[in-house]
Design a protein around this ligand. Structure first.
Ligand SMILES: [Mg+2]
Length: 183
């Protein structure tokens, strides 16, 4: 025979509420566990990126290939004429906004190339879009060496790649939720 005291309606309601709270706690702890697993996966992929970057850096050094910092200086040197006064040859103080707009313009040219499936007019052996993307990269590297000569471009690149690999709003899961990044 049960020694439990028969419960009133109120006690039933309290029990039901307690049960609901308990199951919510269960749900939260399941969510926390899933999150911890996701975090572990992200950390593993972060380590993969770091290791891969270290490998690429080693390869780059062993083959004497320039890293992005050196490449930006090389591009800047090749573009030196754009940083000089056309009459006097004296160094020119360039406008950051204008230079950033010129980067936009290269991306817009790439868009036109893709929209109309054009071949490049200056290098007709290549499609226009890749050539314009390269123009974009050249302008970006020139900008970095011209306006931020003390910044280690390769270091920033490596840091941003590692960050992107672990950034939660870049995961497929986060992108599926409402207002997640769609592209
Ligand atoms: Mg162009």
């Amino acid at each position: 025979m049960s020694d439990q005291i028969p419960q009133t309606t109120e006690q039933h309601q309290i029990e039901a509420l307690k049960q609901a709270v308990r199951s919510q706690f269960d749900e939260i702890s399941q969510y926390k566990m899933a999150n911890a697993n996701l975090r572990e996966e992200l950390e593993a992929s972060y380590k993969d990126v770091i290791n891969r970057d270290a490998e690429i850096n080693k390869l780059r050094l062993s083959q004497n290939l320039p890293n992005l910092t050196q490449l930006s200086k090389i591009v800047h040197k090749a573009n030196a004429k754009w940083w000089q006064d056309i009459d006097t040859g004296e160094p020119l103080k360039r406008n950051k906004g204008e230079c950033l707009s010129l980067i936009h313009s290269e991306v817009s040219e790439a868009l036109e190339g893709e929209r109309k499936s054009l071949m490049d007019d200056k290098l007709p052996q290549y499609p226009m879009a890749p050539v314009e993307i390269i123009d974009t990269i050249i302008r970006c590297l020139d900008y970095l060496a011209g306006f931020h000569p003390d910044v280690d471009v390769q270091e920033v690149f490596d840091a941003k790649m590692a960050y992107n690999a672990t950034s939660e709003d870049h995961t497929h899961e986060a992108r599926k939720i409402a207002r997640g990044k769609q592209f």
